[in-house]
Design a protein around this ligand. Structure first.
Ligand code: HPA
Ligand code: ZN
Length: 369
C-alpha cells in the first residue's frame, strides 16, 4: 500500500499555515486551486474540438471570418457551453455542431490547435494526449483532410516546443457521419509517416450508433501499430465496455464509468489492465452522474480498475484540468498521494511512442509533492 499523505483539508478551518511545506490548516478554495495548478498533470482524454473557448471562437470570426449563430459573447456561450444547459448526452453533443463547418481558413485551424496546447501548458499539464477529427475541421469537403491534418500537426508541434509540453496526437473518428468517411480518415492516418497519430479513438453518439460497424477499422488501425481508445460505457451500459475490450481490443476506454454496473466487466478491465479515461465534470454535463460527489471513480479504483483524470472538452464544460483536481479533492476526498498515483498510472497507460522514455523524462516531477 502507498503511504497515505496528509489530506488537503484538515478539520480546523482557518488561515493556511505551512509547516515544512505541508498545509496544517484548511485551505481556501483559491489556495487549493493554486496548488492544483502547480501540481504537474497528465491528460489522456482531451478533444481539440472541445478546446475552443467562446472568446477564441469570436476572435477567429472577427480576425479570419466564419459564420457564428451569434457574435455576442453572452448569446454565444449557451450555444457552445454545457454549464448553461440542462445536463444530457444529446444536449452536450449538440454543442459541437456550432463548430463543425465553422473554420474559414488554414490560419483559423492553426490558431485553434496552437491555443489548445498553449492553454494546457498554462494549466501545468506536462503530458497531453490531444485527439481530433480531421473531418470535423475539414468542414464537409471545404479543405482536404490531409491538409487539415498537416496544419494541425505543425501547429501542435510548434506550440509544444514553445510552451514546454509533450503532446501525443490521437485520431478521432465519429460514429455519426458514416463508415465511409471514417474509413477514409483511418486510411489517411495509416498512410501518414510516423508521428502524426499514435492512437485511434471513436466518439459521437453511443446511444444511436453502435461501434460495431467500425470494428474492421479498429483492427486495421491496430495492425498498423496504432493504439485504440473507444468511447464506451458513457451513455450506454457496461455491455459496451465489454464489447470494446473483448471484441475491439481497446487499450483504453473513453469514460467507461458504467463498468461499475457489472462486476465481471470491472474484472475484465482489471485482468487486461485497460484504463478508464475518467472525465468528472463532463460526466455531470452529459447527465451520466447527477453530481461529482456521486461519481463511481473511487469504487472503480477499489475494484482494481486503472483510471486517470482528464478533461474531455475543457471549453464546452468551461473547466481546466486543475478544476477537476480541485473537485477530486473536495468532492471525492483524493489526497496528494492519490493524485500522484493516478498521474504515474496515466503515464504507464499512455500512447506515447516510447513510454519508458516519457516516464524517465517527467515521471520524477511529482517527487516533491
Ligand atoms: N462522448 C462522445 N463523443 C464525444 C464526447 C463524449 O463525451 N466528447 C466529445 N465527443
Ligand atoms: Zn471524449
Amino acid at each position: 500500500m502507498d503511504k497515505v499523505q496528509e489530506p488537503f483539508f484538515l478539520p480546523a478551518p482557518g488561515v493556511l499555515n505551512m509547516v515544512f511545506g505541508k498545509p496544517t490548516r484548511a485551505m481556501t478554495h483559491e489556495e487549493l486551486h493554486a496548488r492544483m495548478k502547480q501540481f504537474p498533470k497528465v491528460d489522456l482524454h482531451r478533444h481539440l474540438e472541445g478546446c475552443i473557448s467562446p472568446e477564441t471562437l469570436l476572435y477567429i470570426a472577427k480576425t479570419f471570418g466564419g459564420a457564428l449563430p451569434s457574435y455576442e459573447l453572452d448569446q454565444l456561450k449557451p450555444l457552445i457551453q454545457a454549464p448553461h444547459d440542462t445536463p444530457g448526452f444529446y444536449n452536450f453533443l449538440e454543442k459541437f455542431k456550432v463548430f463543425r463547418g465553422f473554420y474559414p481558413n488554414r490560419e483559423a485551424i492553426e490558431h485553434v490547435a496552437h491555443t489548445a496546447v498553449k492553454e494546457a501548458a498554462e494549466d501545468n499539464v506536462k503530458y497531453l494526449e490531444l485527439r481530433y477529427s480531421p473531418s470535423h475541421f475539414a468542414g464537409g469537403g471545404k479543405f482536404p483532410e490531409r491538409d487539415v491534418t498537416e496544419w494541425i500537426h505543425q501547429a501542435i508541434q510548434r506550440a509544444a516546443a514553445e510552451f514546454d509540453i509533450i503532446v501525443t496526437p490521437i485520431l478521432t473518428i465519429s460514429r455519426d457521419y458514416g463508415l465511409e468517411l471514417a474509413a477514409a480518415t483511418v486510411d489517411l492516418a495509416i498512410e501518414l509517416p510516423t508521428g502524426y497519430f499514435y492512437g485511434l479513438d471513436i466518439a459521437g453518439n453511443e446511444i444511436q450508433n453502435s461501434a460495431r460497424p467500425f470494428a474492421d477499422l479498429f483492427a486495421r488501425a491496430k495492425d498498423a501499430g496504432l493504439n485504440l481508445t473507444i468511447h464506451a460505457g458513457e451513455a450506454r451500459g457496461a455491455y459496451n465496455v465489454r464489447e470494446a475490450v473483448s471484441e475491439f481490443n481497446a487499450d483504453r476506454i473513453g469514460h467507461g464509468v458504467r463498468a461499475i454496473e457489472d462486476p465481471e466487466v470491472m474484472e475484465l478491465l482489471k485482468e487486461k489492465d485497460v484504463m478508464l479515461e475518467v472525465c468528472l465534470t463532463s460526466n455531470v454535463h452529459t447527465g451520466i452522474v447527477p453530481a461529482v460527489k456521486n461519481h463511481p471513480i473511487q469504487k472503480l479504483i477499489e475494484n482494481g480498475v486503472a483510471v486517470s483524470l482528464n478533461t474531455d472538452d475543457p471549453a464546452i464544460s468551461d473547466i481546466c484540468l486543475s478544476d477537476e483536481y480541485v473537485l477530486a479533492v473536495t468532492e471525492l476526498g483524493f489526497s496528494d498521494a492519490d493524485l500522484k498515483a493516478l498521474n504515474l498510472s496515466a503515464l504507464k497507460h499512455s500512447f506515447a511512442p516510447d513510454r519508458e522514455a516519457l516516464i524517465r523524462e517527467i515521471g520524477g516531477c511529482w517527487n516533491h509533492f
